[in-house]
Design a protein around this ligand. Structure first.
Ligand SMILES: NC(=O)c1ccc[n+]([C@@H]2O[C@H](COP(=O)([O-])OP(=O)(O)OC[C@H]3O[C@@H](n4cnc5c(N)ncnc54)[C@H](O)[C@@H]3O)[C@@H](O)[C@H]2O)c1
Length: 354
């Protein structure tokens, strides 16, 4: 199987839980314990969980991605795993991106690779993290330093599960939705621009576009070696630094990083001023978001602190360059090498940094 084929997971988008669709005697279900609370009165959820004789609910979030705690966490999982462990078994993961990153790593190393099925429980995981095979653990306080490429064979995207997740979590993933709408081949941001109304049903409606657009990029450059897959970092270089510095949720930080990247693209002349205006107005009107530096409470961050965070997060070459994703127009990201110094000066020019 070529790497390109291996990276194309089978994505099944459906309204109901996939109870009975998996060979549960041969699977181990690892799920986010938080879902027991959220779906306390949901019989479909209970039926699904109980259909797996071998299962474990764990507390998810960044702590599950700790490399230091990995041996302990792996032992907890294996204590419930059907014995003997066989490569023919499948790890089914029901949870958000944190559990998906941890469990994907486990699946990739257990017996040098057992089966993997993702059932994303957050909008972010459904549109982004479950797809593309990146697994990750955090090392020494730095995110995603350890990991493997290990795509899931199947990914079930379930409407009942996602529509019942907290509204705040949905709103926090607007950043990733806007990212794919702007850089993806389907250019679905144009539809949002035309409609100019609050994004009530936007997430479910454009989820399929987000997923297809992501695979379109990944399949051209599965291992991120051809300067193609990096386009998915649109809004992330600056966004990750804001996330680490201010502790803002990931999707919100990405949206702020998108504001930064759009304004820089306009300033450099890569993005036409008229297109910039339309995109900027749509984000403000439809998604009710503005660049944080326009708000009274925002205090510009120090360039030194942001420089350190960017250095930790992204690969910077010996001559201080990094690959930054600009936007040429909707559907056309533009990857260019920039110096960290230029990025910091732009941050100052835009009032993000002091
Ligand atoms: N592998 C990738 O390609 C990739 C891409 C983007 C992000 N990520 C990673 O994803 C992680 C973030 O994932 P996330 O945003 O999906 O959240 P998460 O997994 O970190 O979960 C956040 C919180 O929401 C809870 N939760 C999960 N599903 C819920 C639901 N349906 N209802 C109520 N609460 C629920 C969790 O228990 C947790 O407390 C980060 O660690 C990030 O690095 C990975």
């Amino acid at each position: 199987m070529s790497p390109e084929t291996a990276f194309k997971s089978q994505v099944i988008i459906r309204h109901q839980w996939p109870t009975g669709l998996l060979d549960s005697d041969n699977c181990f279900l690892l799920y986010d314990k938080e879902l027991e609370k959220v779906f306390e009165d949901n019989y479909d959820f209970q039926d699904f969980i109980e259909s797996f004789p071998f299962r474990l609910g764990v507390r998810a979030g960044e702590s599950i991605k700790s490399f230091r705690d990995f041996p302990k966490n792996l032992e907890i999982v294996l204590a419930r795993w059907p014995q003997p462990i066989k490569r023919s078994q499948t790890l089914v993961v029901l949870g958000g991106g944190s559990l998906g990153d941890f469990a994907g790593f486990v699946a990739s190393i257990l017996k040098r690779g057992v089966g993997l099925v993702h059932i994303p429980s957050t909008w972010l995981a459904a549109m982004d993290s479950a797809h593309g095979g990146k697994t990750a653990l955090n090392l020494g306080g730095v995110k995603n330093q350890v990991g493997t490429f290990y795509p899931a064979q199947k990914i079930y995207v379930i409407k009942d599960l996602l529509e019942n997740s907290p509204v705040l979590m949905k709103e926090q993933s607007y950043g990733e939705l806007i990212k794919m709408g702007l850089i993806g081949r389907s250019q679905f941001f144009k539809e949002i621009m035309l409609e100019k109304r609050p994004p009530q049903d936007f997430m479910w409606r454009f989820l399929k576009n987000c997923i297809e657009d992501k695979y379109e990029v990944i399949l051209q450059d599965p291992y991120e070696t051809k300067k193609i897959r990096q386009a998915l970092n649109f809004g992330h270089t600056f966004g990750h630094a804001l996330e680490a510095h201010h502790g803002w949720p990931h999707g919100d930080s990405v949206l702020q990083g998108i504001f930064f990247a759009l304004e820089w693209s306009r300033y450099r002349g890569d993005l036409a001023a008229k297109t910039f205006e339309s995109i900027d107005q749509t984000i403000r009107q439809c998604f009710q978001r503005v660049p944080a530096h326009e708000l009274n409470w925002y205090r510009p961050s120090s360039q030194k602190v942001i420089a350190k965070l960017i250095e930790q997060d992204k690969k910077i070459t010996a001559d201080g360059e990094l690959l930054f994703v600009f936007l040429k127009t909707i559907g056309r990201p533009l990857l260019k090498s920039v110096s960290l110094t230029d990025l910091l000066s732009e941050g100052k020019r835009q009032n993000w940094l002091k």
